[in-house]
Write a protein that binds this ligand. Structure first.
Ligand code: PXP
Length: 250
């Protein structure tokens, strides 16, 4: 079995920062935490193969400046998640991440809820993918594991797909439903691989379901955010409290 790469999605580090320092530009102090760039560098030190950040239209977590700083600082690969809008395409072509992952975006969602319906917009995504390819940026399409979407991704000429694992993750404790979702992921992975595309997966992957997710055939990379950030809080809280007590002198 080939090694599966790990892309760490650090959006929630920015979510936490924004919850206190929303007026980021106006904050004159240096202690604006957590800094997503510092989080990215620590993730790389621990073995992350790439860093993913989603610049949303509403800028609810990552800011433009974060992407610019990540581009400068990280040593692995920067994967920019983005909706395929004119504004984001222009920004991505300016900062040149190593790859882009095209996702749907709805303002009311908590995080990306469904795959991009690439079958409904083959022509414009073909042009977008071609523009990124010409700029040396790999395009990945975040899609539900459906043959119709994979066939469309082939027509678009995308070198890569990221399968949405959210439906599988949500069904995890309903075993028959989970197995149905798992079979869909495996089938979709085979189909995409046989067409020569790289197969990534992400959304809702955690420390429990990874045992089965990692057995999906032909996986190139998994993009994981929420559960890794949750673990880091859990394992970091003891040290953080000890340091504060020490600084308090008690
Ligand atoms: N991949 C994509 C395309 C995403 O939009 C997200 C975040 O919603 C992830 C992976 C990571 O998902 P999670 O935070 O649930 O690990």
């Amino acid at each position: 079995m080939d090694t599966i790469l790990l892309g760490v999605n650090i959006d929630h580090a920015a979510t936490l920062r924004q919850s206190r320092y929303r007026d980021y530009e106006a904050c004159c102090g240096k202690m604006i935490e957590p800094d997503p760039v510092a989080v990215a560098l620590a993730a790389e030190q621990a073995g992350a193969d790439g860093i993913t950040a989603h610049l949303r239209e509403d800028r609810r977590h990552m800011q433009d400046r974060d992407l610019l700083r990540l581009r400068e600082a990280i040593q692995t690969r920067l994967n920019m998640e983005m909706a395929p809008t004119e504004e984001m395409i222009r920004f991505a072509l300016q900062i040149r991440p190593d790859s882009v992952c095209l996702v749907p975006e709805r303002r009311e969602e908590v995080s990306t809820e469904g795959g991009l319906d690439v079958a409904a917009r083959i022509e414009d995504l073909k042009a977008t993918t071609a523009a990124f390819t010409a700029a040396g940026i790999v395009t990945s399409l975040f899609i539900d594991p459906e043959p119709k979407q994979i066939e469309a991704a082939i027509k678009i000429g995308a070198p890569c797909i990221e399968m949405h694992t959210g439906a599988y993750a949500n069904a995890f404790y309903d075993v028959p439903a989970r197995e149905r979702e798992y079979a869909r992921l495996c089938e979709a992975a085979r189909l995409a691989h046989s067409a020569g595309m790289s197969v990534n997966a992400g959304h809702g992957i955690n420390y429990i379901n990874i045992a089965q997710i990692k057995k999906i055939p032909h996986l190139h990379e998994l993009n994981i955010g929420h559960s890794i950030l949750c673990r880091s809080i859990l394992f970091g809280i003891g040290e953080a409290v000890r340091e504060m007590k020490a600084r308090m002198g008690v």
